[in-house]
Design a protein around this ligand. Structure first.
Ligand code: MD5
Ligand code: FE
Length: 203
């Protein structure tokens, strides 16, 4: 377990590393077609994390709320397709964590520059909370905040490194979670940023 009392999430250290020769060029193509952008929360605040998506559905936020959308609001075009290596990585990680048959239809690309953070929240915009979420960390290390079922519950701090994959499932799927402000640094492969790929079954 990730922390005592958590049963259904698994941290797979370095699981993504063998995939990166294919993943990184595919990621470059995605952010060329659907550039990373700072979206606004429903309350009108600019998010410090820059985001894009690939796959049939993409997570978006604006003054109308949070939702999954088939089209990139910036271009009016469908999001770039999910590269086969992304799907393979997500499915093989889910299988390794005990979740066979995971078929993600959304991949959110989160880009953290130094100082960027994600406040404690739950992922509740998906239709099926029984499906796990697979997250892939790339670039600079981050401190992940793994909270409880209530916002006020104390969060455990988990260091996530380049190539780490976490499969969030079962009872952990609806825990509050976030990312502490990214520390300055220069990663040998990714430079001064952390990228997180989050694979979900949204529909
Ligand atoms: C990140 N992104 O590192 C994280 C990885 C997001 C987000 O939180 O919403 O884009 S996904 C971590 C996650 C997902 C679902 C459940 C739990 C954690 N959890 O129960 O702790 O950019
Ligand atoms: Fe989240």
């Amino acid at each position: 377990p990730l922390v005592p009392g958590s049963s259904a999430s698994i941290l797979l250290r370095g699981f993504a590393l063998p995939y990166l020769d294919e993943v990184l060029p595919a990621l470059d193509a995605i952010v060329l077609a659907a550039p990373l952008r700072h979206m606004a929360t429903p309350g009108g605040l600019r998010m410090s994390v820059a985001m894009s998506n690939c796959g049939p559905l993409g997570w978006v936020t604006d003054g109308r709320g949070y939702r999954y959308a088939r089209l990139d609001p910036a271009s009016g075009l469908p999001w770039p397709p999910m590269p086969p290596v992304f799907l393979r990585l997500a499915q093989e990680a889910a299988l390794a964590a005990g979740y066979p048959g995971f078929v993600p239809d959304a991949c959110l690309v989160n880009r953290y520059a130094p100082g960027a953070r994600m406040a404690l929240h739950q992922d509740r915009d998906e239709c099926d909370f029984n499906a796990p979420i697979v997250s892939v960390s790339l670039g600079l290390p981050a401190i992940f905040l793994f909270g409880g079922a209530e916002r006020a519950d104390k969060a455990a701090r988990i260091g996530l490194l380049h190539g780490d994959v976490v499969v969030w499932g079962g009872a952990d799927r609806l825990r509050f979670h976030g990312v502490a402000p990214l520390k300055e640094g220069e990663h040998a492969v990714l430079g001064a940023q952390r990228i997180n790929l989050t694979f979900r079954k949204a529909a």
